[in-house]
Design a protein around this ligand. Sequence first.
Ligand code: HEM
Length: 160
Amino acid sequence: MTLYYLLLQYVHIVGATVLLGTGAGIAFFMLKAHFTGDAAIIAGVARIVVTADFVFTASAVVVQPVTGYLLARFLGYPILDGWIGLSLVLYLVTGAFWVPVVLMQIRMRDLATAATREGSALPRLYHRLFWTWLAFGFPAFAAVLAILWLMTARPTFSFL
Ligand code: HEM
């Protein structure tokens, strides 16, 4: 156990908690804001959520593979096979859903801000985006949960 390894492991675990915590928190606050039906609340919450995603989620998205790769190299684990290889595939799945989710949040924020300014109802596009955003959140979050299981259970298998 070197200090280098312990530090990497610690940062990696902090990254995992940030990823899960921010993801779950954002989903909760966006849902609560949406169901108020109040465009001003939705606009305010979406503004904070977009910032939180850029500050916390985006940082963890970069930190996880970097620290994960360094950990695997230090421990001599194969990167592209077994539980790490499958985690990488799932990580790409998460990313494929997360990127559109961020773009949808930005669009929903702008639509809710415009509706607040104009004193109009939330447009149909907002509602369509909201339900798509919700639907995309499930596979993204499920993939992160599956990665967490793989990272802790570390099942022995090979697909190469
Ligand atoms: C994206 C590429 C990733 C790679 C290459 C990777 C690699 C690794 C490696 C090699 C370990 C073992 C460290 C050790 O034995 O001390 C590990 C542990 C861990 N990883 Fe990852 N990881 C990645 C992403 C993630 C993600 C996205 C999460 C969470 C959502 C995560 C959560 C964890 C946790 C909690 C541990 C500690 C497990 C334990 O000590 O029991 N990792 N990771």
